[in-house]
Ligand binder design. Structure first.
Ligand code: PMM
Length: 285
């Protein structure tokens, strides 16, 4: 099953180890996100949702102010900051869970880190904003480098690859090399194949089956399948009825090498995650 990756060193002390599979709970502070858009759009409901996710067992809270659903347009940095920073500040003060900021903007990431966030989650693997890698080098913050073929506005327009697994692995290797050359510690970078980001159903399935190839790079691997449309295409279910499909994909991801799973329904998926982790790694305490 491979070697357990080194823990992530968190800003202001503390670390996130991979002694068990880590659960990232999704908290989109957006009016239009793909599966929970509009539900947690004011500060109080977003903070309450964050507390509920932590109570359910979330190890990381992933807070985003920009929807990345297929076809979505970018949200200006000031608006992302307006949406996320008050929520991050409150949750950083009120919970112990590490917080990631889901953004491709270095200005937003900097503001989020200053407000108390710990991890930068960038769906472009630091390609959309050239200030992102220098920010990671300067702050030392851990980060998630996710593969996307293109910007969300166009990523689902006939995506093509040579060999999707080899292409995604090569791309993420190249992104890591750039980070390391700029002074970012390799062990602070989590890799993510970017399920649903410029991928057909077949591409997503190949990437999940190919997770051992990504995990072989030695980084922690994050997988986000929760409620995504390929699950709907496989099962015929609408977005609000994909929890069992999500559970199947999350369990498979864990067995195939994921160290972090990004999910909306932390409480509902708890048991599936525990069982899959135990099958993959033995019983853990
Ligand atoms: N998926 C979404 C947003 N951010 N970040 C990472 N690292 N990996 C993902 O798979 C991912 C992400 C889209 O899902 P949402 O709209 O339900 O948040």
């Amino acid at each position: 099953m491979g070697v357990t990756p080194a823990p992530l060193a968190l800003p202001r002390g503390g670390q996130l180890s991979f002694s068990r599979v880590r659960v990232m709970g999704v908290l989109n502070v957006t009016p239009d996100s793909f599966s929970d858009g509009g539900r947690f759009f004011d500060v109080d409901s977003a903070v309450a949702r964050g507390h509920a996710l932590v109570a359910a067992g979330a190890d990381i809270l992933d807070i985003g102010g920009e929807s990345t659903r297929p076809g979505s347009a970018p949200v200006p940095a000031e608006e992302q900051i307006r949406r996320t920073v008050p929520v991050i500040a409150r949750l950083a003060a009120e919970t112990a869970a590490p917080i990631s900021i889901d953004t491709t903007s270095a200005v937003v990431a900097r503001a989020a880190l200053a407000a108390g966030a710990h991890i930068v989650n960038d769906i472009s693997a630091f390609r959309f904003d050239e200030a992102m890698i220098p920010l990671l080098a300067e702050t030392g913050a851990p980060s998630i480098a996710m593969h996307t073929l293109a910007a969300p506005s166009v990523m689902q327009d006939d995506p093509r690859y040579g060999d999707v697994v080899a292409d995604v692995v090569a791309h993420l290797r190249e992104r890591v090399a750039r980070c390391v050359a700029a002074g970012v510690a390799r062990s602070q970078i989590v890799l993510d194949p970017g399920i649903g980001f410029g991928k057909t159903v077949a591409h997503n399935l190949a990437l999940l089956a190919g997770l051992p190839e990504l995990a072989a790079l030695g980084h922690a691997v994050l997988v986000g399948t929760s409620r995504k449309s390929f699950l709907g295409q496989l099962t015929g279910r609408p977005v609000d009825a994909r929890e069992m499909a999500t559970a199947g994909s999350v369990a498979a991801s864990i067995v195939l090498g994921a160290h972090i799973v990004r999910v909306h329904d932390v409480d509902g998926l708890r048991d599936a995650i525990i069982v899959a982790d135990a099958i993959a790694h033995g019983e853990r305490t």
